[in-house]
Design a protein around this ligand. Structure first.
Ligand code: 5GP
Length: 124
């Protein structure tokens, strides 16, 4: 079920629990600002989720409330993870689902990185 984007941050969400080490994940990257791990139900040969260390519900929350350092650190991590995965030359897609129409299901901001095959045009 897509989340209600007006709800406050829920510390019990799955990605918060992965961040705290309470649930396992296949980690591919970690630094001061971000943690990245494989999506449990990949929709492309490469499907990595990147989450900020801070408690942000969505891209909307993060882009409005996070510090410049958090935003820069997170953006650089997303780029580095794609480079490390060898995705730059063939190309890749970064996607943020936000709120009800965006189909966001986990209420902790996450960037989806997709790659490893031609991904088609945009949505639908
Ligand atoms: P959303 O729809 O919120 O943008 O995407 C949530 C993503 O999280 C989905 O692609 C889903 O497969 C993934 N996911 C859900 N639960 C887990 C989990 O426990 N571990 C991992 N690694 N991914 C998960």
């Amino acid at each position: 079920m897509p989340i209600d984007p007006t709800l406050p941050y829920d510390d019990a969400n799955i990605f918060a629990r992965i961040l705290r080490g309470e649930l396992p994940s296949k980690k591919v990257y970690e630094d001061e600002w971000a943690l990245a791990f494989d999506d449990i139900a990949p929709q492309a040969p490469v499907h990595i989720l990147v989450i900020p260390k801070g408690s942000y519900v969505s891209w909307d929350d993060f882009s409005a409330q996070a510090s410049d350092a958090e935003i820069a650190g997170f953006a650089r991590a997303v780029g580095q993870i794609a480079r490390d995965a060898g995705l730059v030359e063939p190309g890749y897609r970064v996607l943020y689902n936000v709120g009800l129409h965006g189909g966001q299901e986990i209420p902790h901001l996450h960037a989806h990185i997709f790659g490893g095959r031609p991904l088609g045009r945009m949505i639908g």
